[in-house]
Design a protein around this ligand. Structure first.
Ligand code: HEM
Length: 207
């Protein structure tokens, strides 16, 4: 067997390995790189929140729709992040708006697709907690002053992640589901990169 990740491997590891190049690509996206610098303009941060809002809003509407019709054996209710983004947008006195560009977000027509998308959204809370610390240290933003989204689950981030991967690993021996999850996760990463790259920074806010 020459494949790096054997088919018997747990689903989370399969997803991690399959999406690693796309996660790296996303981490190098200029807006996210600039976010981790010490002189990211507030206007750019606000535009970034706007792009995140439009992505999460669309994805979470689809997640809610799928899980309402086909309940899953996992409580996702308290994990929706659109309310955190709305809290930040309200704090910064911004109006939520739909994506400014056409992005074909992945469909959610099967449990495998749902699991792949949730993997990306739940995993993003891990990187986000590093970002939240940076935002607090460099700019003084806190969960109640404009960075609720990046703070995410706060001190519960690791335990939420562990319970999520326990859930998805239960599907590791279902090859069709695994394949659909991997495709959906890859597409979700690509959509994030595309949406951030298409975010038009307002010239008046440029450094
Ligand atoms: C500058 C931005 C980002 C940084 C610095 C970053 C960094 C990280 C780090 C350090 C981890 C591992 C954390 C740990 O194991 O405790 C991680 C995991 C992860 N991140 Fe990111 N991340 C960023 C953005 C994103 C975004 C925007 C997404 C998706 C929309 C994402 C998806 C994931 C996923 C799915 C994992 C879990 C990988 C696994 O299975 O172990 N990340 N990230």
């Amino acid at each position: 067997m020459t494949e790096q990740t054997p088919p018997s491997t747990k689903l989370r590891i399969r997803l991690r390995d399959a999406t690693a190049p796309l996660h790296n690509q996303l981490n190098q996206q200029p807006l996210l790189v600039a976010l981790l610098s010490n002189d990211f303009p507030l206007g750019h941060y606000q535009q970034l929140l706007g792009t995140y809002y439009s992505l999460y809003d669309q994805l979470e509407v689809d997640i809610k729709c799928y899980t309402t019709q086909q309940p899953i054996a996992f409580d996702y209710q308290r994990r929706y992040k659109t309310p955190l983004l709305l809290k930040d947008l309200t704090y910064w006195q911004l109006l939520p708006s739909p994506l400014g560009c056409q992005i074909a977000l992945p469909d959610i027509k099967s449990l495998g697709q749902l699991v792949g998308i949730l993997y990306v959204l739940e995993g993003s809370t891990l990187g986000a907690s590093f970002i939240a610390k940076h935002l607090q240290q460099s700019y003084g933003y806190t969960p109640s002053t404009g960075s609720a989204f990046f703070n995410g689950y706060g001190e519960h981030t690791q335990s939420y992640w562990q319970s999520f991967i326990t859930y998805i690993n239960g599907y590791s021996d279902q090859p069709d589901l695994v394949a659909q999850a991997i495709d959906a996760a890859c597409l979700t990463f690509a959509c994030f990169t595309q949406a951030l790259t298409n975010t038009q920074l307002s010239p008046s806010e440029a450094k």
